[in-house]
Design a protein around this ligand. Structure first.
Ligand SMILES: Nc1ncnc2c1ncn2[C@@H]1O[C@H](COP(=O)(O)OP(=O)(O)OP(=O)(O)O)[C@@H](O)[C@H]1O
Length: 335
């Protein structure tokens, strides 16, 4: 894939929370790109900034969070659009139509007091010049497409009348009703049982094939990432530390954090008796980013006097195919 395939480009994104006790640098220099039609999984331990990074794209970060710097460029058909600092009017135009987002908890984006149908109708009519009847037909069609039985009846249901799995399907229907080119899915299956989780992942894959959209999937579950991702970015303390195809990152992780993360996860093609190893130490408190490489206090390959001093950059490492990036001094030495 070439540079022309890039749909969304994130450069040095920094989103901080200014708290009474100090600054939480939740996202602290993220570089990343999403290509058209691909599934990019963002993985990493809880608190590493996955959600804040994703919410920053549509400027949905909770207060007192603020984007402090960086660029987020959306390559639309009409040309590139810069999202950081874009007027709210432009962002409203982009939400749903170009980029839609679904969350772990559907109730976070579905209104309790409106029927599913009326919410989809509103989203469609906000962005497209269609009448009420046509928008309602689209809503029924989408509910049917995401596997909600009796969509003609369900269109008039309230979210609380549906089961958790059905609510998640309804949210996906709403998110895709304007045919976005990017769907951001933040832990979309975490709250669901294993069977429903598998069904929703399969649904997302089918819809992606049908609509040709890209998916940015945020998950702490490497098993989920392995099932659906084309490419993967591993985040640690607000930065991407490794990026590559899912095959490369899962098969042969380079960054010591990515290696440790994989060793700490069950399944993923390992013999049943292989022991899982917890990652050494704890994620440091968010106010206190360690100097040098933020992972060095937990790293089993730390080089004293270097890793605790110099900040590694995310740089390309040579691979036979595709691009692969790692931020670790061990690989800078190869250069
Ligand atoms: N509203 C907020 N106010 C203050 N700090 C926040 C807020 N939201 C997130 N943070 C902080 O930002 C950091 C990144 O959080 P984020 O939710 O992005 O992590 P995550 O990787 O998505 O983890 P999880 O999977 O647990 O959601 C954490 O230190 C978190 O405490």
């Amino acid at each position: 894939m070439g540079a022309d395939d890039v749909l969304l480009e994130i450069e040095d994104l920094r989103t901080h929370f200014l708290m009474d006790d100090g600054v939480i640098a939740a996202v602290d220099g993220v570089d990343l790109r999403v290509r058209r039609g691909e599934t990019l999984a963002i993985v990493g331990e809880s608190g590493c900034g996955k959600s804040v990074m994703a919410r920053s794209i549509l400027r949905l970060v909770d207060r007192p969070g603020r984007i402090e710097g960086g660029r987020i460029t959306l390559h639309r058909d009409g040309g590139p659009v810069e999202l950081v600092g874009a007027p709210s009017r432009l962002l409203r135009e982009i939400r749903w139509r170009d980029i839609a987002m679904v969350f772990q908890e559907p109730m976070a984006s579905l209104s309790l007091v409106h029927t599913i149908g009326s919410q989809i109708v509103e989203a469609v009519r906000l962005h497209e010049n269609v009448g009420k009847a046509a928008a309602r037909r689209r809503a029924i069609e989408m509910l049917d497409r995401v596997g909600i039985p009796m969509p003609q009846r369900r269109v008039d249901s309230y979210p609380f009348e549906l089961s958790g799995g059905m609510r998640q399907r309804a949210m996906i229907a709403m998110a895709l009703s304007c045919r976005p080119s990017l769907l951001i899915a933040d832990e979309p299956t975490t709250a669901l049982d294993v069977t429903t989780q598998a069904q929703i992942l399969e649904l997302l894959r089918d819809l992606q094939d049908e609509f040709g959209m890209a998916i940015m999937l945020i998950t702490h579950d490497l098993g989920v990432a392995a099932q659906v991702a084309d490419t993967m970015a591993v985040m640690y303390l607000g930065r991407v530390v490794e990026y590559g195809t899912a095959e490369q990152v899962l098969g042969e992780p380079r960054h010591p954090y990515a290696q440790a993360l994989l060793r700490s996860m069950p399944r993923l093609g390992r013999a049943a008796r292989t022991r899982l190893t917890a990652i050494k130490g704890m994620v440091p408190p968010p106010y206190a980013r360690p100097a040098g490489c933020a992972f060095h206090p937990r790293c089993d390959r730390v080089v004293a006097g270097r890793c605790d001093v110099a900040e590694p950059r995310l740089i390309p490492v040579s691979e036979p195919a595709g691009d692969r990036e790692v931020s670790c001094l061990l690989y800078e030495e190869d250069k």
